[in-house]
Design a protein around this ligand. Structure first.
Ligand code: SAM
Ligand code: SF4
Length: 327
């Protein structure tokens, strides 16, 4: 099992397959995608490289891989990527984080390819606020896509909501009412500062602690966390079909339960979402027989993983925005 100096084990990989995105979320890519589609770094990971990454991680004990981006669905070979990861011996779950663009017409091919879980970003249930945040009038399409995903029997459906004071800060009631009859997990995520969004962050960051206190006051019970659970805190309520998750990266000890590694769309290993830079793996992804060398190299690099990020000090490392790494 890949592990670090502090005893944390890494069983979960977040694999970015592109940093291109077709949305322009105000907290992430407010001016839309401005990159070079990975050209300077040899293009985005190819299917054979993705296969080799999945095989090495599986061999090292990883059981779950999340496909992310940018927007992963801008890759026309996404169904092949899902199938390649899912068919890797040892990988039990392949899940995706998406903005839901054209979800109703796409979800079926992803499920057929072997997708086990969907995380969909919906920062507001109000169509005009959704449009103000993302630049797209597509809320209804996402909601239809969610229904389609449920009808297809996906194991795990989660909705990500980034909390922002001036956009959805007053919509907690609406979200809670929505999950009363929806069997999905709604995850409130604290807005994180990145290199590009300081002013937006200062205006919009709200702590998840007030939501936590509200939930506990209204009869929600915090679920016990298994030893290998990630950093989200989860809550259940007997009157609600849905669950609530809280992701509070600014809370004390958030990094103590870190169980994930990240690979960028150009094949760089990131030991933390906010590390200074990625570690180039590309040369070790070219052949199946490089698997052991790749694992040994990653384990050596992991000895340098820091105990925590330094976000609370405003130190965002080399991360300009989360589209470059997939969140
Ligand atoms: N495009 C896909 C999407 O939006 O779901 C996948 C990539 S996106 C970078 C992954 C997740 O990170 C999304 O849920 C998004 O809302 C979240 N995210 C992006 N920037 C963030 C920030 N500054 N703070 C907190 N969450 C952020
Ligand atoms: Fe694109 Fe996702 Fe960033 Fe929004 S959060 S701009 S959908 S990568």
């Amino acid at each position: 099992m890949l592990h670090d100096y502090f005893g944390r084990e890494f069983r979960y990989l977040r694999l970015s397959v592109t940093d291109v995105c077709n949305f322009s979320c105000d907290y992430c890519l407010p001016d839309g995608y401005q990159g070079d589609s990975g050209r300077k770094s040899g293009g985005f990971l190819r299917l054979d490289e993705i296969r080799n990454i999945a095989a090495a991680f599986a061999e090292a004990g990883t059981r779950k891989i999340r496909i992310t981006g940018g927007e992963p669905s801008v890759r026309s070979d996404l169904p092949e990527i899902i199938a390649a990861v899912k068919q890797t011996p040892g990988i039990e779950k392949v899940v995706i984080t998406t903005n839901g663009y054209k979800l109703p017409e796409r979800i079926e091919s992803w499920v057929e390819a072997g997708l086990d879980g969907l995380n969909l970003s919906i920062d507001s249930l109000d169509p005009s606020i959704f449009q103000a945040i993302t630049g797209h009038h597509r809320l209804q399409e996402l909601l239809d896509g969610l229904d389609r995903a449920s009808a297809l029997g996906l194991d795990s459906i989660k909705v990500n909501v980034v909390m922002m004071r001036t956009y959805n800060g007053n919509q907690i009631d609406q979200f809670l009412a929505w999950v009363k009859h929806k069997p999905l997990t709604l995850r409130f995520i604290e807005l994180m500062q990145t290199g590009d969004n300081e002013e937006f962050y200062q205006r919009n960051h709200v702590s998840g602690e007030s939501i936590k206190q509200r939930l506990l006051g209204e009869g929600w019970k915090q679920a016990l966390r298994s030893k290998d659970a990630g950093p989200a805190q989860e809550f259940d309520h007997p009157d609600y079909q849905g669950r609530i998750g809280l992701i509070m990266p600014y809370s004390k000890d958030f990094c103590a339960s870190c169980n994930r590694l990240r690979i960028s769309a150009t094949g760089k290993l990131h030991l933390c979402l906010f590390s200074e830079k990625g570690i180039d793996l590309r040369q070790l992804l070219q052949r199946e027989d490089q698997k052991d060398e790749l694992i040994t190299y990653m384990q050596t690099q992991l000895n340098d993983k820091e105990v925590s990020h330094y976000l609370q000090d405003g130190n965002t490392g080399g991360t300009s925005h989360l589209a470059m790494l997939g969140g």
